[in-house]
Design a protein around this ligand. Sequence first.
Ligand code: BDR
Ligand code: CA
Length: 338
Amino acid sequence: MTRVLIDTDAGVDDTLAIVYAASSPEIELEMVTTVSGNVPVREVTQNVLYLKEILKLGVPVHSGADVPRARKLVTAPEVHGEDGVGGFRNSNHVPPVSWETKDAAKKIVSAAIDHGPKLTIVSLGPMTNLADAVAIDAEAIRHVQRIIQMGGVFTGYGNTTEFTEFNIYVDPEAADFVLSNGIKVKFVPLDLTERLFFPRPILEDMVRKSRTKNPQLARLLKKALRYYINYHRRTEKIDGCFLHDPIAVAAAVNPRWFKFVDSLVSIETKGDYTSGMTIADFRKRQRSCNSEIAVAFDAKNFVRDFTRKVFGALLHQDVIKRDCITARSTTTFDITLN
Ligand code: BDR
Ligand code: CA
């Protein structure tokens, strides 16, 4: 069984991703580390610790970087709320718990040394902690089974600036540092994650039904998803939301659902208009590749597995095919449906 370490900037879709990972018997969730991104690391860590409590998870949580390696922190409260969960913690006055360990990078290295080729790292936020871990012991990180990064956009428009995806935009120096140190990364980019979206009526129905399974989780998801969906409605003009981070977790839960291609990825760190861009040329075989990019995945099986585990609900494949696949013109990636 693969041991999985999740590094996260939770975040609404990160929250769904952690619930999905925690309910997947195919993997063993080893540790969760936190990083600033969607919201500052203080909020991220409170979210993960709250989730740990309501899911009764026995996993260690370690907080990490509060700012990117070489620039000011940019957050996304308009997408995830000031508290990262659509206002749920703030409006319910969830009392803060002691959180600050600041040792995420060290713990990532220890996990890499302890489990080596049995460890998968799934990074759902900016790559700051990962870069800090590489700075401590690149050799150890090089020997983990795989590093899956939700991030980057290669053929379409970005979600943060015209050509950048949020996680890489926030800390491009970190992404560049990891790749420059010979660490192979498997990117699950926006091109892929934006081809699938979850319709609001189906989601609301599922959250309602999941109340009997775990009422506390259902309450959290109801509020967090409402906020997240409102953002999508305003800016993306869709009545639902994307599942970026759960799709990245799926690449650890069932790697056979994904098709990755070898590639040479470069990260722009300097451009006035393009800082945070991820660049790859899909037209030709590169002589040396530093990464793999997910170009296709089995959306149907993912959605079925995800909804079953997270909400305890079964979704018919015709509904998935009809309602969850978007044909956005901004990307050339495709997803398989079988
Ligand atoms: C990524 O950015 C964050 O807003 C999400 O949590 C996801 O990790 C999508 O670009
Ligand atoms: Ca995230």
